[in-house]
Design a protein around this ligand. Structure first.
Ligand code: ADP
Ligand code: MG
Length: 393
C-alpha cells in the first residue's frame, strides 16, 4: 500500500487544507507540552515555503460540537509560529464567513490556523454539509494527523474524498511506513510486548499480534487476566473476569501457531499503590495484595528475548509506572528496546510517555504518536483517514 505523497502536489499559490494533530494539553491558556506542535511545524513550513496558502486545522480535546473557550486553538497559534519560523494567523472560526474571508485575504506563503474543528457538530458526525463547507476553503488537501486517522470524521475522511488532489503529510507517511513494516513485513524473530491496564480495547490488536509475532510477552494489568486463565491466583489485582475465556482462547491460538507466550514469572506486589512493593513469584500473590509491576527475573527474561529479536513492537506499561516504586519494569523494557539493534517501535499514550521518561526515545526506530490509531492499524484494520490517501483511490 502506497500513500499519495505531499511532495508531488502542486501547491504554489493554491489553498491547502492541512489537517494536523495539534491536540495538546492546555492549562489556563498555556500549552503544557508542545511535542505535537513541534512535530507538525516542519510540514507547515514546507508547504509555506513552496508558496501554498496554508489553512491549518485540528481538533483539541473533547469539545462536544459547540464552542468551548477553554478548548480554543488560539493559544496554539503562537507556539506553531515559533516552531514553524513564520507568522501564523489564528482564525476564530471554522467554516463561517470569518474563515472564508480570512482565507480569501491570505497570500501565498501565509499560514492560517482555524478554530477547533470539534466546535462544529458536523466534525465528529462526518456530516456531508460540513464536509462541503470545509472543502470549499481550499484547493488541495493534506492530512498529517495520524493520531485521528482511525476516526471517520469530517476533517479526516469525508472532506478528503472531496479533493481530487490530496495526500499524506510526512508524519503520516512515516507512521504508515514504520507500522506497515511491523505488521506486514517484520524481520524475524518478531517480538511483541503488550501491557497496559486492560485487555479490553486491545483485543483485536492482541489477537492480531499473537498471529504475526514469534513471541508475545504479556505484562502489566492485562497479564493478570492471562495468569488467571492459567489458574494462577492474583489476589486483589486488576483483572477482567469476563475476559478469562477470551484470554484462554488467545493462549490456545498462540500455542496452535507455535507462537511463544511469555507471562510474568515474578511480580511486585503491594496492598495498595501507595504502599511499598515486594517481589514474589507469580504463583504466590497474597490474597489481599495486588500485582503492580513485573519482577526483576521477568525484566531480565524480557531483556534477553528483546536482545534476540530483529523486530520489536511494544505497547502498554508493565506496571503502575506513574508511581516510582512500580516503574522499574516499564523502564527496563524501554531500556531493553533502546539497547536492541532490532527495528523497535512503540505505540500508545502511556507507553510513549514512559519511553520519554526513560529518556530513550531517540534510540528507538519509531515512536508512534497515534495511540489508538497505531493499535487499530496493527490489528489489521483499514483506517478511514488513511484509506482515502492511498495511491489509486
Ligand atoms: P497505553 O496508553 O500505552 O496504550 P494503557 O492505556 O493500556 O497503555 O495502560 C496504561 C496504564 O496501565 C497505566 O496508567 C498503568 O498505571 C496501568 N497499569 C499497568 N500495569 C498495571 C497493573 N499491574 N495494575 C494496574 N494498572 C496497571
Ligand atoms: Mg493509555
Amino acid at each position: 500500500m502506497a500513500l499519495r505523497s505531499m511532495d508531488t502536489l502542486n501547491v504554489r499559490g493554491r489553498r491547502v487544507l492541512l489537517r494536523l494533530d495539534l491536540n495538546v494539553p492546555l492549562k489556563e491558556g498555556k500549552v503544557l507540552d508542545d511535542t505535537r506542535v513541534r512535530e507538525a511545524a516542519p510540514t507547515v513550513r514546507a508547504l509555506a515555503e513552496r508558496g501554498a496558502i496554508v489553512v491549518a486545522c485540528s481538533h483539541l480535546g473533547r469539545a462536544k460540537g459547540k464552542p468551548d473557550p477553554a478548548l480554543s486553538l488560539a493559544p496554539v497559534a503562537p507556539v506553531l509560529a515559533k516552531h514553524a519560523g513564520r507568522p501564523v494567523r489564528f482564525v476564530p472560526d471554522v467554516t463561517g464567513e470569518v474563515a472564508r474571508q480570512a482565507v480569501a485575504a491570505a497570500k501565498p506563503g501565509e499560514v492560517l490556523l482555524l478554530e477547533n474543528l470539534r466546535f462544529e457538530a458536523g466534525e465528529e458526525k462526518n456530516d456531508p454539509a460540513f464536509c462541503g463547507k470545509l472543502a470549499a476553503l481550499a484547493d488541495v488537501y493534506v492530512n498529517d494527523a495520524f493520531g485521528t486517522a482511525h476516526r471517520a470524521h469530517a476533517s479526516t475522511a469525508g472532506v478528503a474524498a472531496l479533493f481530487s488532489e490530496r495526500a499524506a503529510g510526512p508524519l503520516m507517511a512515516r507512521e504508515i511506513t514504520a507500522l506497515t513494516k511491523v505488521r506486514d513485513n517484520p524481520e524475524r524473530p518478531f517480538v511483541a510486548v503488550v501491557g497496559g491496564a486492560k485487555i479490553s480495547g486491545k483485543l483485536e490488536t492482541l489477537t492480531s499480534l499473537a498471529g504475526r509475532a514469534d513471541t508475545v510477552v504479556l505484562v502489566g494489568g492485562m497479564a493478570n487476566t492471562f495468569l488467571l486463565a492459567q489458574g494462577v491466583a492474583v489476589g486483589k489485582s486488576l483483572v477482567e473476569a469476563d475476559l478469562v475465556g477470551t484470554a484462554k482462547e488467545i493462549l490456545a491460538a498462540a500455542a496452535g501457531r507455535g507462537v511463544a507466550v511469555i507471562l510474568p514469572g515474578d511480580v511486585v506486589v503491594a496492598p495498595s499503590v501507595d504502599a511499598p512493593g515486594r517481589v514474589v513469584d507469580a504463583g504466590r500473590v497474597p490474597a489481599e495484595e495486588m500485582i503492580l509491576d513485573i519482577g526483576p527475573a521477568t525484566r531480565q527474561r524480557i531483556a534477553q528475548v528483546v536482545a534476540g529479536a530483529r523486530t520489536v513492537f511494544w505497547n502498554g506499561p508493565a506496571g503502575v509506572f506513574e508511581k516510582p516504586g512500580f516503574a522499574a519494569g516499564t523502564l527496563a523494557i524501554a531500556k531493553a528496546l533502546a539497547d536492541s539493534t532490532a527495528f523497535t517501535a512503540v505505540g500508545g499514550g502511556e507507553s510513549v510517555a514512559a519511553v520519554q521518561q526513560a529518556g530513550v526515545a531517540a534510540n528507538l526506530s519509531h515512536v508512534s504518536t497515534g495511540g489508538g490509531a497505531s493499535l487499530e492499524f496493527l490489528a489489521g484494520d483499514t483506517l478511514p483517514g488513511v484509506a482515502v490517501l492511498e495511491e489509486g483511490t
